[in-house]
Design a protein around this ligand. Structure first.
Ligand SMILES: Cc1cc2nc3c(=O)[nH]c(=O)nc-3n(C[C@H](O)[C@H](O)[C@H](O)COP(=O)(O)OP(=O)(O)OC[C@H]3O[C@@H](n4cnc5c(N)ncnc54)[C@H](O)[C@@H]3O)c2cc1C
Length: 487
């Protein structure tokens, strides 16, 4: 009879290794399984957000990761349709550090896995998990190793096996049943980087989606482009052609003299709620539960946060000897209490951006907001903190938080009008007219485009309304008003 583990973690990415560390530290008998041989690559921007740095600290890995990074980033440039509209930083005086770091996933994930092993977790590589069967005494993980069938027994199974999760399928979820982001990434050596080492690009040629450039201190750049799609609005642009255009046109200066290292690699993320993230003896974390931030795509810290929530629920279930669906739901409830309103607010904004009819309007608004943040530090910190997910993303829907953050100095608005005036070679008066005309033109184009595809847009409007109602209801219930922070 094979060993009976307290918890089997499927997947040794940041979510799986974090869960294994939290559990093993508390004395649980943990086995981590992964289909790959480590160290292995994972297509990613390699950006560790301030929240990820915070969770690395809690895991006890921050020093090891910081020792390897060659990129510590405090500011980011945002470029819209070729124009740099803002340079923002991470807000200071929060629970999180005011910087992000860069580390390739080959090294990051290996550090996290080795740490989990050092904390007492067992690990087997090259195990391809196919299914999970739940019985009265334990769950059986059905897998293949070296082409041979193999089974493992655990009281609880945590599915941390990423966006194509076999464990998620095993509990009845349908993969790719909602909004997905499809991405391409490439590495370049000797990139020239003026300004911030982190740059985000929006352009009507590849919207909804964005391009990124993260450059370390030695000019090594992680460059990528992601596009959003769902059944209502399939990707209009060809990902490969958009990426080529992004590199050849938007990044022509930055990459002049740079050398590409390795091929383009593709990846995907899910930005929709699976039917369930827990079931009897089973929990899903990280990308297996589609928990990445819909606003910025960052999912490493989300995987770590959900690992912490899952480890808490596992600890309680093991202590009580209760592995029922209700006991596992403690995890889903804990996650939901801490992060659901934020996730859903971010997802609402993503849903607005994802409608191609709103492309011009969204970019127009983003550009004006960017200009406002340039002349108002408070608003810049608020908008930057929200985009980075450091401030509660549902603060956008909190009238008081919005009122406090919104620029109130007349000078800030004057500068916005002046910037708009410069576009047409005039002053403040011309700027006011230009701004009003710009809004009206963008709104008219939106209405015309929506009318061209009425069924999809009707469906989209109903979807948006139901999301807005959920958020309003949540707010009325007073479950969570503001101030994201880890438990
Ligand atoms: C192009 C792109 C860029 C991104 N950039 C960033 C970024 O800069 N910053 C950020 O925070 N987030 C980023 N993300 C998101 C981030 O990569 C994920 O959210 C994060 O990796 C989720 O971690 P995870 O542990 O849940 O899953 P993963 O990291 O995907 O790990 C899953 C593990 O499970 C294993 N596995 C899968 N299936 C099986 C199976 N059947 N049997 C056994 N093992 C299996 C895999 O080998 C893998 O090791 C990006 C995502 C993409 C696609």
């Amino acid at each position: 009879m094979s060993t009976l583990y307290d918890v089997i973690v499927v997947g040794a990415g940041p979510g799986g290794s974090s869960a294994a560390t939290f559990l093993a530290r508390e004395g649980a008998k943990v086995l981590v399984l992964d289909k790959s041989t480590f160290p292995r690559d994972k297509v990613c921007g390699d950006g560790l957000t301030p929240q990820a740095v915070y969770w690395l600290e809690r895991l006890g890995c921050a020093e090891a990761v910081l020792a390897h990074t060659k990129g510590c980033i405090k500011t980011a440039d945002v470029v819209i349709n070729g124009e740099k509209v803002l340079t923002g930083g991470y807000p200071a005086d929060t629970l999180y550090p005011d910087f992000a770091i860069l580390l390739d996933r080959r090294r990051l994930d290996n550090i996290l896995l080795e740490h989990a092993i050092a904390c007492g977790a067992a690990f087997q590589d090259e195990v391809l998990v196919r299914d999970v069967e739940v019985g009265a005494e334990h769950a059986t993980v059905i897998a293949q190793r070296g082409g041979e069938p193999v089974e493992y027994r655990g009281r609880i199974v945590i599915g941390a096996d990423g966006v194509s999760s076999a464990v998620s399928r095993a509990i009845g979820n349908t993969l790719k049943a909602g909004v997905m982001a499809v991405s391409l990434r490439a590495y370049f050596r000797d990139a020239r980087c003026d300004g911030a080492q982190m740059k985000v690009y929006f352009h009507r040629e590849y919207f909804p989606g964005y391009g990124w450039v993260f450059v370390d201190d030695e000019g090594f750049a992680n460059i990528g482009l992601g596009l959003l799609q769902d059944r209502r609005f399939p990707v209009r642009h060809k990902l490969g052609a958009s990426f080529r255009r992004f590199i050849d046109e938007d990044l022509a200066d930055l990459l002049a003299g740079a050398t590409q290292c390795g091929p383009f690699s593709g990846g995907s993320s899910g930005f929709f709620r699976p039917k369930s993230i827990s079931a009897e003896r089973v929990m899903l974390i990280g990308d297996a539960a589609n928990q990445a931030d819909p606003l910025n795509g960052g999912g490493i810290h989300k995987a770590m946060e959900s690992a912490w929530c899952a480890a808490e629920a596992c600890g309680a279930a093991l202590a009580d000897g209760d592995f029922s669906a209700a006991a596992m739901r403690r995890y889903a409830d804990l996650w939901s209490r801490e992060w659901e309103a934020d996730w859903r607010t971010a997802e609402l904004f993503m849903s607005i951006a994802k409608n191609p009819a709103l492309c011009d309007f969204s970019l127009f608004v983003l550009r004006q907001m960017g200009r406002l943040t340039m002349s108002d530090d408070g608003f810049r910190d608020f908008a930057g903190g929200i985009f980075a997910g450091i401030f509660s993303q549902d603060a956008w829907l909190a009238p008081r938080a919005l009122y406090q953050a919104f620029p109130k100095r007349p000078a800030a608005w004057l500068e916005l009008l002046q910037a708009s005036g410069r576009e047409v070679g005039g002053g403040v008066a011309a700027g006011s007219v230009n701004l009003a005309a710009g809004y009206m033109a963008a709104a008219a184009r939106t209405a015309a485009r929506m009318a061209r595809d009425p069924i999809a847009n009707m469906d989209w409007s109903l979807d948006m309304a139901s999301k807005a109602v959920w958020l309003a209801q949540n707010r009325l219930d007073g479950r969570r008003l503001a101030g994201a922070g880890p438990p």
